[in-house]
Design a protein around this ligand. Structure first.
Ligand SMILES: NC(=O)c1ccc[n+]([C@@H]2O[C@H](COP(=O)([O-])OP(=O)(O)OC[C@H]3O[C@@H](n4cnc5c(N)ncnc54)[C@H](OP(=O)(O)O)[C@@H]3O)[C@@H](O)[C@H]2O)c1
Length: 338
């Protein structure tokens, strides 16, 4: 069956400007870290991509190492793209990244120009794309000069292999330095991608080297902020409150940093149960409240969710309908999270 996108798709989503750039991102973006690899069902993830686009999600986030195995998510995305989305390329914002281990030897990970340029070439081949919209350095490299990694991003943009540059997982001080170098090179950083959720608050903590937290640094630098794992990989939903469903991320025992049973201790489940009651009072699901809690901050350009089904994604998208919190609700959330 061929795919035609829903005509009313842009009326269903809110869009936010990424820093001081020309780019608007959907308040909710879809990430392909999990659920788009070899063990996953093509019919399910194809449908999930349709649901995303039909509901105004224009941004799809990948990386060289997403799968499993590494590279497989890009291959699978490329297949669906070729089948269904070629006509919509100019309506889509596709990103990929390099930084983590991809191939053996000294040029297969971290932040050298050699690695970043060749990894993006491989990603473009796997996806069957001529360019990506955003190319990220996936993690800071303690051994490569920051100037070299940023020069690689600048080169890639000048070559037209990516339209914009981004960084991910950089602490506030390194991010500030990276933004400055990119600005000087004439390729301003479009966006930073940190982990942020009710259970992971590092972006709010002051970085002593710059006396600011990451959210302040991106805001002052005119850089956007797209936050990943907003549901703490599913922990910030009601799914683990009555045991471990077999088809959940924990139940499936996925490799490479996916949530495991170790992440489900009594204390955190107790907090989620209390948050879940608060979400019910707001007429939201736990997942929706966790996403809304991030979107209440206008410095957050987009919340980057994962989804193992279309139904889940639809549930998450509906979070945009209520992102206002009373002072009492915010206080209650902080008390629960203490
Ligand atoms: N830059 C980086 O270093 C980095 C690192 C990690 C992720 N990311 C990006 O961030 C994206 C999202 O990460 P993530 O998958 O960890 O995000 P997440 O949204 O925190 O977790 C997604 C998982 O939560 C569950 N879920 C999603 N929506 C739900 C809903 N409405 N109700 C109930 N359960 C729901 C599903 O789990 P089940 O599978 O159990 O159904 C889904 O697989 C990735 O795909 C990737 O693009 C970036």
């Amino acid at each position: 069956m061929s795919y035609t996108a829903a005509a009313d798709r842009y009326s269903k989503m809110q869009y936010r400007r990424s820093g001081k750039s020309g780019i608007m991102l959907p308040a909710i973006s879809l990430g392909l870290w999990q659920n788009f690899g070899e063990p996953d069902d093509m019919n399910v993830f194809r449908q999930t991509l349709h649901t995303a686009f039909d509901n105004g999600i224009t941004h799809f986030d990948l990386a060289n190492n997403y799968g499993p195995p590494a590279g497989e998510a890009e291959i699978n995305f490329g297949k669906v793209f070729k089948q269904d989305f070629t006509a919509y390329r100019d309506e889509m914002l596709i990103s990929t990244k390099a930084g983590y281990y991809m191939w053996p030897g000294p040029y297969g990970e971290w932040g050298s120009k050699k690695y970043l340029v060749s990894s993006l070439d491989q990603s473009l081949k796997r996806m069957g794309l001529e360019y990506v919209d955003i190319f990220y350095h996936h993690r800071p490299d303690p051994n490569t000069p920051l100037e070299e990694s940023m020069a690689a991003l600048d080169l890639i943009v000048r070559q037209g292999k990516a339209l914009y540059a981004g960084i991910s997982n950089y602490p506030a001080d390194k991010a500030a330095a990276a933004f400055k170098i990119l600005q000087q090179l004439g390729t301003p950083c479009l966006i930073h991608q940190p982990k942020y959720s009710m259970l992971e608050r590092w972006v709010e903590k002051k970085n002593d080297a710059v006396n600011k937290n990451l959210l302040e640094v991106v805001d002052e630098s005119g850089v956007g902020c797209i936050v990943f794992s907003p549901l703490a990989q599913g922990l910030l939903t009601d799914k683990y409150l009555k045991g471990i469903p077999a088809d959940s991320r924990v139940g499936r025992k996925l490799p490479n940093g996916a949530l495991t049973e170790n992440g489900l201790n009594e204390s955190v489940l107790h907090k989620v149960a209390a948050l879940n009651e608060l979400a019910k009072k707001r007429n939201q699901t736990m997942a929706q409240m966790a996403i809304a809690w991030l979107l209440k901050d206008q410095r957050i350009t987009s919340v980057l969710v994962g989804a193992s089904s279309s139904a889940q994604l639809l549930n998450s998208i509906a979070a945009v309908n209520n992102i206002d919190f009373t002072a009492e609700e915010l206080y209650a959330i902080e008390e629960i999270l203490k």
